[in-house]
Design a protein around this ligand. Sequence first.
Ligand code: PLP
Length: 385
Amino acid sequence: MSKNHKIDTKLIHAGEPKVRYGNAVSMPIFQSSTFEVSGKADYHDLKYIRLNNTPNHIALHGKLAALENGEEALVASSGMAAISTTLLTFLKSGDHFLAHESLYGGTHDLINKDFPDLGISCDYIDGRNSDGWEEKLRPETKLIYVETITNPLLDVLDLNAVVIFAKQHNLLSLIDNTFASPVNYRPIEHGFDLSLHSATKYLNGHTDIVAGAVIGSQELVTKVRHKLNHLGGALDPNACFLMHRGMKTLSIRMERQNSNSLAVAKFLEDHEKVKNVHHPGLESSASFNRAQELLDGCGGMVSFEINGTVEDADKFMSYLTLFINAPSLGGVESLITRPAQSSHSGMSQEERSAAGIKDELIRMSIGIEAIEDLIADIEYTLEKI
Ligand SMILES: *Cc1c(COP(=O)(O)O)cnc(C)c1O
């Protein structure tokens, strides 16, 4: 595999064992907790599922690293295992870091509810605009943490400014790249130190496992791997197999989800019963120019408000036939949720309105169904409310 191969080719061939196990074309599942020792081995080299180094882990690590042109990668038992373990690898008691003010709920709660007890503090910044970041720096500031595309308002952050700022001030730069996926954005190529994923979403793509990933330099990923070996968030070989199988179709899924979501966003924007449509591929979006510059596609998410009450929004969601009312995202099927009731229900109404998240805001994760059918379902349902 060369760096120059296209991502579509790497998804199929990168990381696959050089000598196929038992000549199997598809990577088999090695459902064995421990492996026979050959020669002298360091603790972290003994093959054991918790040490994240069985054949199923190794194949995934090679594939993930190749996709984003990192030196090394690591899978974890969930996105949150990848995020918490990585932050705990580089932050200790007394340390401080900066993070974008609107983060995935689990990450936000980890920072606000768990880190204070560990003596780790965080100041929030507006990742869309670098004014004011410098004032938040302290001698003990160690890193900066952002997401590629925010949830649920789908802003694209000023990622180039984050990389420059981190280098200027000797900070590690970490990015949660879940919403973009490696098809739409490859953080390491842009200078980020570590790229994190909830592989539960686009990477796996089939809504049947939870998994996480960390991609970066050999030095940094090895540090995270040693911490993960101690904290214990290893991905089971059977889940490794499903993630490996799911990833092979990532680029064709993303291509369809990129185009389906933009078509849905455009349809909604032109509809009289809808207002405030958020999608970075719409020319009306404040993130449009940045998305054009940084991303190869905008992902499968759309959010908007119904011209009406929260009850109208709930009626719309329940009358749709092809969209399933469920949290999470990135799978082959279209999902719909009302963030105030699901992903952002932990925030108070004041916190939500300060963040621009109205109670009637609806978020869709667009799947790979035929676009004609998705739009017909939305159009017919809007007529009924
Ligand atoms: C879902 C998600 C996570 C958490 O991932 P899990 O696999 O559920 O632990 C983190 N970040 C983002 C952006 C997500 O969407």
